[in-house]
Write a protein that binds this ligand. Structure first.
Ligand code: NI
Ligand code: MN
Length: 227
Protein backbone atom coordinates (compact mmCIF):
# COMPACT_ATOMS: atom_id res chain seq x y z
CA UNK A 1 0.00 0.00 0.00
CA UNK A 2 1.17 3.52 -0.70
CA UNK A 3 0.09 6.27 1.71
CA UNK A 4 0.22 9.91 0.60
CA UNK A 5 -0.38 12.80 3.02
CA UNK A 6 -2.10 15.95 1.74
CA UNK A 7 -2.18 17.87 5.02
CA UNK A 8 -4.62 18.03 7.95
CA UNK A 9 -6.61 14.73 7.87
CA UNK A 10 -6.41 14.33 4.09
CA UNK A 11 -4.60 11.33 2.69
CA UNK A 12 -4.83 8.71 -0.01
CA UNK A 13 -4.08 5.03 0.14
CA UNK A 14 -3.30 3.08 -3.01
CA UNK A 15 -4.33 -0.52 -2.57
CA UNK A 16 -5.39 -3.32 -4.93
CA UNK A 17 -4.93 -1.03 -7.93
CA UNK A 18 -7.36 1.57 -6.51
CA UNK A 19 -6.81 4.94 -4.90
CA UNK A 20 -8.87 5.71 -1.81
CA UNK A 21 -9.00 9.41 -0.90
CA UNK A 22 -9.94 10.27 2.69
CA UNK A 23 -11.43 13.53 4.02
CA UNK A 24 -10.25 15.93 1.30
CA UNK A 25 -9.58 19.38 2.77
CA UNK A 26 -6.95 21.08 0.66
CA UNK A 27 -8.21 24.35 -0.85
CA UNK A 28 -8.98 25.64 2.66
CA UNK A 29 -5.58 24.70 4.07
CA UNK A 30 -2.98 27.42 3.56
CA UNK A 31 -0.23 24.90 4.39
CA UNK A 32 -1.34 22.74 1.42
CA UNK A 33 -1.41 25.57 -1.15
CA UNK A 34 1.06 23.66 -3.37
CA UNK A 35 -1.46 20.81 -3.81
CA UNK A 36 -4.11 21.19 -6.53
CA UNK A 37 -7.22 19.26 -5.47
CA UNK A 38 -8.55 19.19 -9.04
CA UNK A 39 -5.51 17.14 -10.10
CA UNK A 40 -5.91 14.37 -7.53
CA UNK A 41 -6.76 10.85 -8.63
CA UNK A 42 -9.32 8.89 -6.66
CA UNK A 43 -11.42 5.81 -7.26
CA UNK A 44 -13.29 6.34 -3.98
CA UNK A 45 -13.72 9.32 -1.64
CA UNK A 46 -14.28 8.28 1.97
CA UNK A 47 -15.58 10.85 4.46
CA UNK A 48 -15.43 10.29 8.22
CA UNK A 49 -17.87 13.07 9.16
CA UNK A 50 -19.48 16.27 7.92
CA UNK A 51 -17.17 18.99 9.22
CA UNK A 52 -15.80 21.37 6.62
CA UNK A 53 -12.19 20.46 7.41
CA UNK A 54 -13.05 16.94 6.14
CA UNK A 55 -15.48 17.51 3.26
CA UNK A 56 -14.47 20.84 1.68
CA UNK A 57 -12.95 19.34 -1.49
CA UNK A 58 -14.90 16.08 -1.54
CA UNK A 59 -17.11 17.14 -4.43
CA UNK A 60 -14.14 18.48 -6.41
CA UNK A 61 -12.16 15.27 -6.07
CA UNK A 62 -15.12 12.91 -6.46
CA UNK A 63 -16.62 14.61 -9.51
CA UNK A 64 -13.24 15.00 -11.27
CA UNK A 65 -12.86 11.23 -11.07
CA UNK A 66 -16.52 10.15 -11.11
CA UNK A 67 -15.68 8.46 -7.80
CA UNK A 68 -18.32 7.33 -5.33
CA UNK A 69 -18.50 9.13 -1.98
CA UNK A 70 -18.47 6.58 0.84
CA UNK A 71 -19.72 7.91 4.16
CA UNK A 72 -22.65 7.77 6.52
CA UNK A 73 -26.17 7.86 5.08
CA UNK A 74 -26.78 11.53 5.94
CA UNK A 75 -23.60 12.82 4.30
CA UNK A 76 -24.02 10.74 1.14
CA UNK A 77 -27.65 11.95 0.92
CA UNK A 78 -26.55 15.57 1.40
CA UNK A 79 -24.17 15.39 -1.56
CA UNK A 80 -27.06 14.00 -3.58
CA UNK A 81 -29.63 16.59 -2.48
CA UNK A 82 -27.47 19.74 -2.13
CA UNK A 83 -24.88 19.11 -4.83
CA UNK A 84 -26.71 16.77 -7.22
CA UNK A 85 -23.89 14.28 -6.80
CA UNK A 86 -25.71 10.97 -6.65
CA UNK A 87 -22.62 8.74 -6.93
CA UNK A 88 -22.39 7.59 -3.35
CA UNK A 89 -22.33 4.58 -1.12
CA UNK A 90 -24.17 5.19 2.17
CA UNK A 91 -23.22 3.26 5.29
CA UNK A 92 -23.97 3.40 8.99
CA UNK A 93 -22.20 2.33 12.14
CA UNK A 94 -21.35 -1.34 12.44
CA UNK A 95 -22.06 -2.05 8.79
CA UNK A 96 -19.56 -3.51 6.33
CA UNK A 97 -19.46 -3.66 2.55
CA UNK A 98 -17.22 -5.58 0.14
CA UNK A 99 -15.80 -3.14 -2.41
CA UNK A 100 -13.53 -4.17 -5.29
CA UNK A 101 -10.43 -3.26 -3.25
CA UNK A 102 -11.51 -4.87 0.04
CA UNK A 103 -13.99 -4.76 2.90
CA UNK A 104 -14.89 -1.49 4.62
CA UNK A 105 -16.56 -1.26 8.02
CA UNK A 106 -17.93 2.04 9.31
CA UNK A 107 -17.13 2.22 13.02
CA UNK A 108 -17.85 4.51 15.96
CA UNK A 109 -16.17 7.83 16.63
CA UNK A 110 -16.90 10.23 19.48
CA UNK A 111 -17.13 13.70 17.92
CA UNK A 112 -19.78 15.80 16.08
CA UNK A 113 -20.70 15.97 12.39
CA UNK A 114 -22.64 19.08 11.31
CA UNK A 115 -22.31 19.77 7.55
CA UNK A 116 -20.88 23.09 6.26
CA UNK A 117 -24.36 24.58 5.57
CA UNK A 118 -25.63 23.60 9.02
CA UNK A 119 -27.43 20.47 7.84
CA UNK A 120 -27.39 17.39 10.03
CA UNK A 121 -24.42 15.24 9.09
CA UNK A 122 -25.39 12.11 10.98
CA UNK A 123 -22.96 10.70 13.47
CA UNK A 124 -19.19 10.75 12.91
CA UNK A 125 -17.31 7.56 12.20
CA UNK A 126 -14.10 5.88 11.24
CA UNK A 127 -13.23 3.14 8.76
CA UNK A 128 -11.70 -0.29 9.20
CA UNK A 129 -10.44 -1.49 5.82
CA UNK A 130 -9.43 -5.09 5.18
CA UNK A 131 -7.64 -5.88 1.91
CA UNK A 132 -5.52 -8.62 0.37
CA UNK A 133 -2.50 -6.36 0.94
CA UNK A 134 -3.17 -5.67 4.62
CA UNK A 135 -5.60 -4.01 7.00
CA UNK A 136 -5.83 -0.51 8.38
CA UNK A 137 -8.02 1.74 10.52
CA UNK A 138 -8.70 5.43 10.05
CA UNK A 139 -10.26 6.76 13.25
CA UNK A 140 -11.58 10.05 11.84
CA UNK A 141 -11.94 12.85 14.39
CA UNK A 142 -12.55 11.17 17.70
CA UNK A 143 -11.94 11.05 21.38
CA UNK A 144 -10.32 8.01 22.86
CA UNK A 145 -13.14 5.51 23.30
CA UNK A 146 -13.40 1.99 24.67
CA UNK A 147 -15.20 1.01 21.44
CA UNK A 148 -11.74 0.93 19.82
CA UNK A 149 -11.12 -2.31 21.73
CA UNK A 150 -13.70 -4.00 19.50
CA UNK A 151 -11.56 -3.50 16.38
CA UNK A 152 -8.79 -6.05 17.07
CA UNK A 153 -11.44 -8.62 18.05
CA UNK A 154 -12.31 -8.75 14.34
CA UNK A 155 -9.33 -7.33 12.45
CA UNK A 156 -5.57 -7.63 12.80
CA UNK A 157 -4.34 -4.16 11.86
CA UNK A 158 -1.12 -3.48 9.97
CA UNK A 159 -1.29 0.26 10.59
CA UNK A 160 -3.70 2.94 11.75
CA UNK A 161 -4.27 6.61 11.05
CA UNK A 162 -5.12 8.51 14.22
CA UNK A 163 -5.73 12.20 15.01
CA UNK A 164 -3.01 13.51 17.34
CA UNK A 165 -3.52 17.29 17.46
CA UNK A 166 -5.55 17.49 20.70
CA UNK A 167 -8.20 20.17 21.44
CA UNK A 168 -10.75 18.91 18.84
CA UNK A 169 -9.69 15.23 18.98
CA UNK A 170 -7.39 12.93 20.88
CA UNK A 171 -3.97 14.29 21.76
CA UNK A 172 -0.76 12.29 21.94
CA UNK A 173 -1.36 10.62 25.29
CA UNK A 174 -4.81 9.35 24.31
CA UNK A 175 -3.64 8.38 20.82
CA UNK A 176 -1.02 6.13 22.41
CA UNK A 177 -3.75 4.49 24.50
CA UNK A 178 -5.85 4.16 21.34
CA UNK A 179 -2.94 2.38 19.66
CA UNK A 180 -2.89 0.00 22.63
CA UNK A 181 -6.68 -0.54 22.41
CA UNK A 182 -6.48 -1.38 18.69
CA UNK A 183 -3.32 -3.50 19.19
CA UNK A 184 -1.36 -1.67 16.52
CA UNK A 185 2.26 -0.53 16.71
CA UNK A 186 2.46 1.55 13.52
CA UNK A 187 0.53 4.82 13.68
CA UNK A 188 0.34 7.63 11.15
CA UNK A 189 -0.61 10.93 12.76
CA UNK A 190 -3.12 13.34 11.21
CA UNK A 191 -5.17 16.39 12.32
CA UNK A 192 -2.22 18.40 13.68
CA UNK A 193 -0.55 21.77 12.95
CA UNK A 194 -3.24 23.06 10.54
CA UNK A 195 -4.57 25.59 13.06
CA UNK A 196 -2.94 27.13 16.15
CA UNK A 197 -5.23 25.06 18.42
CA UNK A 198 -3.70 21.81 17.16
CA UNK A 199 -0.01 22.60 16.82
CA UNK A 200 2.19 19.85 18.25
CA UNK A 201 5.86 19.16 18.95
CA UNK A 202 6.71 16.43 16.41
CA UNK A 203 9.82 15.10 18.12
CA UNK A 204 8.15 14.94 21.54
CA UNK A 205 5.17 13.14 20.00
CA UNK A 206 7.37 10.56 18.25
CA UNK A 207 9.38 10.02 21.43
CA UNK A 208 6.22 9.50 23.50
CA UNK A 209 5.11 6.75 21.10
CA UNK A 210 8.60 5.21 20.97
CA UNK A 211 8.72 5.11 24.78
CA UNK A 212 5.68 2.79 24.61
CA UNK A 213 7.26 0.62 21.90
CA UNK A 214 5.19 2.16 19.12
CA UNK A 215 6.08 4.05 15.96
CA UNK A 216 4.49 7.41 15.13
CA UNK A 217 4.92 8.42 11.50
CA UNK A 218 4.54 12.13 10.76
CA UNK A 219 4.73 13.03 7.08
CA UNK A 220 5.18 16.36 5.36
CA UNK A 221 2.41 17.59 3.07
CA UNK A 222 2.75 15.80 -0.28
CA UNK A 223 5.02 13.13 1.19
CA UNK A 224 4.47 9.40 0.54
CA UNK A 225 5.34 6.24 2.39
CA UNK A 226 5.02 2.57 1.54
CA UNK A 227 3.22 0.46 4.11
NI1 NI B 1 -14.39 17.32 13.01
MN1 MN C 1 -11.56 17.92 12.01
Amino acid sequence: MIFTFYGHATFSIQVAGKTLMFDPFISGNAKAAHIDPTSLKADYVLLSHGHVDHVLDALTVASANNAPIVSNYEIVSWFGAQHEYANGHPMNHGGSWNFDFGKVKFVNAVHSSTLPDGNYGGNPGGFVVETGEGNFYYAGDTALTLDMKLIPMRTKLDFAILPIGDNFTMGIEDAITAAEFIECDKIIGVHFDTFPYIEIDHEAAKKAFADKGKELIILGIGEQTKL
